[in-house]
Design a protein around this ligand. Structure first.
Ligand code: NAD
Length: 435
């Protein structure tokens, strides 16, 4: 009989100590569908302990000089091999609750923790229950970097249980959340009775607009990447491609050819461009959008239900799907309105500038957009009128991390970026002194 592999058991990181929990949930390996580790199913009790640890650590940490705090951050940065130094000059003050999603589990978590502790706050972070191992490994580095006990506390578990306990805690006045719009609605409601300061980084339904004078040799590979990078599980991914009528058929042909070359493979395959989606539930949700599009009469040109996916036997139950291109779909279809957050993109034709701006803006989200054209005047005109926190022209995902980042409309409130995170995590006080 084969020996049963012992599962990794994660622990909460509270007051500088790794603490077990009395209840656990399963976490799955997306590439096989097998249980991979056990994640603490924390609740109110663990949040109480973390808030107490953060409260106790706060006076000493917040009164340290920015240089002292920056030394600790630099040690973490060295350990993570990623630069956090730019945050370290900020000034303090509070206990902050940080809630992050699964899609970029280290980047999004460190991007919250660094400015918060650099400004003298102590924090309680709740990473996604789907990618908790990354955060747990990071706790080991925090420990090694000499972060004083209680400055960073990480509490694992589900949103409705431990996430809500954190958001509702009266002693946590700042909440920085990255995740979906429906969760943000719930967080806003729960934090309202305490008038908490909120930063919300939410979803998108990002358009790419391709004018007839676009350089297709650059636009097509970049748009395949913007649609399918990280399985389309990046909030900035393109999911609606508007192509000017005169080049529509040529674009679609070349785009589908390029998409078919975007290889789906297992994690150890260096030639793969795309891996498994995050969970079974998410895979089913993404597939259901393709099904709905077909039922509405749209064409699925490649990917789901059209091409064959080939995987090794061990990965047959993994959460893989092929990059999928949909055409002949109406603007009011749910595939054109809702965030799918997977490897599915819709390509539709347009006639003129005014029309495409109006159609691109006709969704509730406004996170990112891309404009492809060789006409600089047009690029500026269109970018100005797009309801989008970020507009790329003739490129995608080129980011200067000091620039403000954040969405318009239902894509969120508050802006991230070095300076903006500083503003969020610091308290502006009015102090009047009478001599
Ligand atoms: P999600 O909203 O389901 O979960 C995000 C986090 O919130 C998780 O840690 C989850 O456990 C927690 N949570 C869930 N319900 C909660 C509740 N009731 N109270 C408190 N916390 C709760 O989102 P997700 O599926 O993890 O992430 C994908 C979403 O994140 C997409 O919408 C994507 O666009 C968005 N996102 C946005 C950005 C950005 O910067 N704008 C970046 C990455 C991801």
């Amino acid at each position: 009989m084969a020996a049963t592999k012992e599962l990794l058991m994660l622990e909460n990181f509270i007051g500088g100590k790794f603490l077990p929990c009395n209840s656990y949930i399963d976490s799955y390996d997306p590439s096989t569908g097998e249980v991979y580790c056990k994640v603490p199913n924390s609740g109110k009790e663990e949040i109480e302990a973390a808030v107490e640890a953060a409260r106790e650590a706060f006076p000493a940490w917040s009164s340290q000089s920015p240089q002292g705090r920056s030394q600790v951050l630099n040690r973490i940065a060295d350990l993570l091999e990623q630069s956090l130094e730019e945050f370290a000059q900020a000034e303090s003050k509070d206990q902050a609750g940080l809630i992050s999603p699964w899609n970029l589990p280290l980047y999004l978590l460190t991007w919250k923790i660094a400015p918060a502790i650099a400004s003298g706050n102590t924090v309680i972070a709740k990473p996604s229950e789907l990618t908790s191992v990354t955060a747990w490994m990071m706790c080991k580095l925090l420990d090694r970097a000499g972060v004083p006990p209680g400055v960073v506390n990480i509490v694992f578990g589900t949103g409705p249980r431990v996430g809500e306990a954190l958001v509702s805690h009266p002693e946590v006045p700042l909440i920085s959340f990255t995740g979906s719009q429906p969760t943000a609605e719930r967080i806003t409601m729960l934090s309202a009775p305490h008038c908490k300061k909120l930063s919300l980084e939410l979803g998108g339904k990002n358009p790419a607009i391709v004018f007839e004078d676009a350089v297709l040799e650059e636009c097509i590979p970049a748009t395949v990447r913007s649609s399918f990078a990280n399985q389309g599980e990046i909030c900035l991914c393109t999911s609606r491609i508007f192509v000017q009528n005169s080049i529509y058929h040529e674009f679609v042909k070349r785009f589908v050819e390029a998409t078919r070359k975007w290889k789906v493979g297992i994690p150890s395959d260096p030639s793969a461009s795309m891996g498994a989606l995050i969970s079974k539930t998410h895979l089913e949700k993404v597939r259901s959008y393709v099904k709905k599009a077909r039922a509405e009469g749209a064409q699925v040109l490649c990917g789901e239900g059209v091409d064959q996916l080939s995987l090794p036997p061990r990965n047959q139950a993994g959460y893989f799907m092929l990059p999928t291109v949909i055409t002949d779909i109406k603007d009011d279809s749910c595939c054109m309105k809702e965030e799918i957050f997977g490897p599915v993109t819709c390509v539709v034709p347009f006639d003129n500038e005014e029309e495409v701006i109006q159609r691109a803006n006709s969704v509730k989200y406004g996170l990112a957009a891309t404009v492809w054209s060789s006409n600089v005047g047009r690029v500026h005109r269109v970018a100005k009128k797009l309801q989008s926190g970020l507009v790329w022209t003739n490129c995608w995902l080129i980011r200067e991390l000091n620039l403000p980042f954040g969405g318009m409309k239902s894509s969120g409130i508050g802006r991230e970026g070095a300076k903006d995170s500083y503003d969020f995590f610091t308290e502006i006080k009015t102090i009047t002194v009478k001599h």
